[in-house]
Design a binder for this molecule. Structure first.
Ligand code: RAM
Length: 329
């Protein structure tokens, strides 16, 4: 048991150095993701790599735990502190649990930002959201409602129960529900951004709510697993799976009709922007309310009173346009 655990631990802190040979004096930026093996984060890593080659003096360490837990990320953070990285850009599995270890990193002079999924303000210098949280919340409900002319029951299949980003989007989605007459949210379940757990949770929803008309998964892992579960259950046409997905992963579901439409922002741009922000702050730009911090080709992030900014709007994909995007991300 002990051996197994220590194997898991070393796997959990496995890190990949991307790019060319590490030069002394290079800025080491760690892109810490919710978990390794998720296509969305691999696309973000491509963007980080693009930023690094543009900047020239940057090494990207792409790393994360093997599952979407705060405990796994704390181990990763401690190991990055020990390695003496210059910056940590993290998509958090929990807004609060990471604060002590990220504060330790900042007290050692390491730049800390969160991106995608935020850390509480005291645990980071700034946060970059992909898009306005209210817009994402409204978008996921609208995507379901667009294909439910007679209204009906919907359910949410989320990522982990402590994921900052999904929890805010769900909160925003619930706020706009009264604007969608006849749409009834019956349950919210959590697949932890694991394919098999998400698939089983989708099966559970179909068994518990026989009148379900849509499953909304605001996670790229969840939407793919749910579309597969609906397909395998023979319920294409009866239950529409929507939410946030990657065109490359969702092309089959759109072709089969399991998913009528879904949305996402560009994850490559998000990883690129997070890297540029980390670099500029590590080089001395101050992250304070009102500051405009450069994001390279993505323009500036203008920080609000909570030192937060949003990158761009989500884009909707369906059968009419998915083929143009499925080879990009
Ligand atoms: C998954 C992750 C990520 C989220 C996307 C939409 O890849 O949960 O944090 O932003 O879905």
């Amino acid at each position: 048991m002990r051996v197994f655990k220590s194997l898991l631990t070393s796997a959990a802190i496995a890190a990949t150095m991307i790019g060319s040979t590490v030069q002394a004096g290079d800025i080491k930026i760690a892109l810490v993701v919710k978990a390794l093996g998720i296509g969305f984060f691999e696309a973000a890593a491509k963007g980080a790599e693009e930023a690094a080659s543009e900047l020239g003096d940057v090494d990207i360490i792409y790393t994360g735990p093997t599952d979407t837990t705060a405990e796994g990320q704390i181990e990763v953070i401690n190991s990055l502190i020990a390695q003496g990285v210059d910056a940590i850009a993290i998509s958090a599995n929990d807004p609060d649990a990471l604060v002590p270890s990220l504060q330790k990193a900042m007290s050692r002079g390491i730049t800390v930002i969160s991106w995608d999924s935020g850390v509480a303000a005291e645990g980071r210098q700034m946060h970059l959201s992909p898009s306005s949280n209210a817009l994402i919340g409204n978008t996921i409900i609208k995507l379901a409602s667009d294909h439910m002319p007679d209204g009906g029951d919907i359910a949410i299949l989320s990522a982990s129960a402590t994921a900052t980003n999904q929890n805010i989007w769900i909160e925003e989605a619930k706020k706009v529900l009264p604007n969608y007459a006849g749409i009834n949210l019956v349950a919210t379940v959590y697949g932890d951004d694991l394919s098999d757990k998400s698939y089983r949770e989708a099966e559970g929803l179909m068994a518990t709510y026989p009148n379900l008309k849509a499953i909304i998964a605001p996670t790229t892992v969840g939407i793919l697993a749910a579309s597969q579960a609906v397909t395998d259950a023979g319920k294409i046409g009866e239950i529409n799976v929507t939410g946030l997905g990657l065109p490359s992963e969702m092309a089959g579901a759109v072709a089969s009709g399991a998913t009528r439409s879904f949305a996402i922002w560009n994850p490559i741009d998000l990883g690129y922007a997070a890297t540029m922000l980390s670099y500029n702050i590590a080089k001395g730009v101050e992250a304070v309310p009102g500051a405009a911090v450069g994001m390279g080709r993505m323009g500036n992030a203008v920080l609000d009173d909570s030192n937060e900014a949003a990158m761009s709007d989500p884009f909707t994909y369906d059968a009419s346009n998915i083929d143009q995007f499925k080879s990009i991300f």
